[in-house]
Design a protein around this ligand. Structure first.
Ligand code: HEC
Length: 143
């Protein structure tokens, strides 16, 4: 009788150990999945980069005969850290970027310089808010 209860006790302890181990693993994986979701602003930024990269050669050879796109959503797209885009500094940089795109569209001849001024504005905000992608953004400059 005594031996039997020890055996049951041991089995029970094992089960509890196994169960708690499982539960631990699940809660450890959770943050990974949340991190994997790209923010609205990240997706917008990727679109911006790809678009400006794709029109760059037409700006260089002067064959672009339509207005360059302005991504006005930059003001309200939700970032990975939402408080970032609510700051007056971010909003000021966003306004500068939009004005610099308008400037490209108003320049008939010197679109190259105006385009590079816009890239300056990408870089200015990134220097303060998100330096990581600067290496990549630099490639948008027209030599
Ligand atoms: C007003 C500030 C601001 C301006 C202007 C700005 N960005 Fe960004 N950008 C950000 C922030 C903040 C992030 C990080 C997004 C997040 O974490 O949600 C970002 C992220 C990025 C990324 C990384 C996307 C990824 O795949 O992770 C690229 C590339 C990028 N921006 C390119 C550009 C280009 C090109 C321009 C100019 C045409 C530009 N940005 C102008 C603030 C800005």
């Amino acid at each position: 009788m005594y031996k039997k209860s020890i055996l049951i006790f041991t089995l029970l302890s094992f089960t509890i150990l196994l169960l708690s181990n499982c539960a631990n693993k699940q809660s450890c994986d959770k943050p990974k999945y949340t991190m994997a979701i790209d923010s609205e602003l990240t997706l917008l930024m990727r679109d911006m980069y790809n678009y400006y990269d794709s029109v760059k050669s037409e700006v260089v050879d002067g064959s672009l005969d339509e207005d360059i796109k302005t991504f006005t959503e930059i003001h309200k797209a939700v970032a990975t850290s939402p408080e970032k885009t609510l700051s007056p500094l971010y909003q000021a940089f966003a306004t500068n970027y939009i004005q610099s795109v308008n400037h490209i569209n108003q320049s008939d001849k010197n679109r190259k310089d105006a385009f590079n001024l816009m890239v300056d504005n990408c870089m200015n905000c990134h220097q303060q808010m998100c330096p990581g992608p600067m290496v990549r953004i630099k490639k948008l400059y027209i030599e």
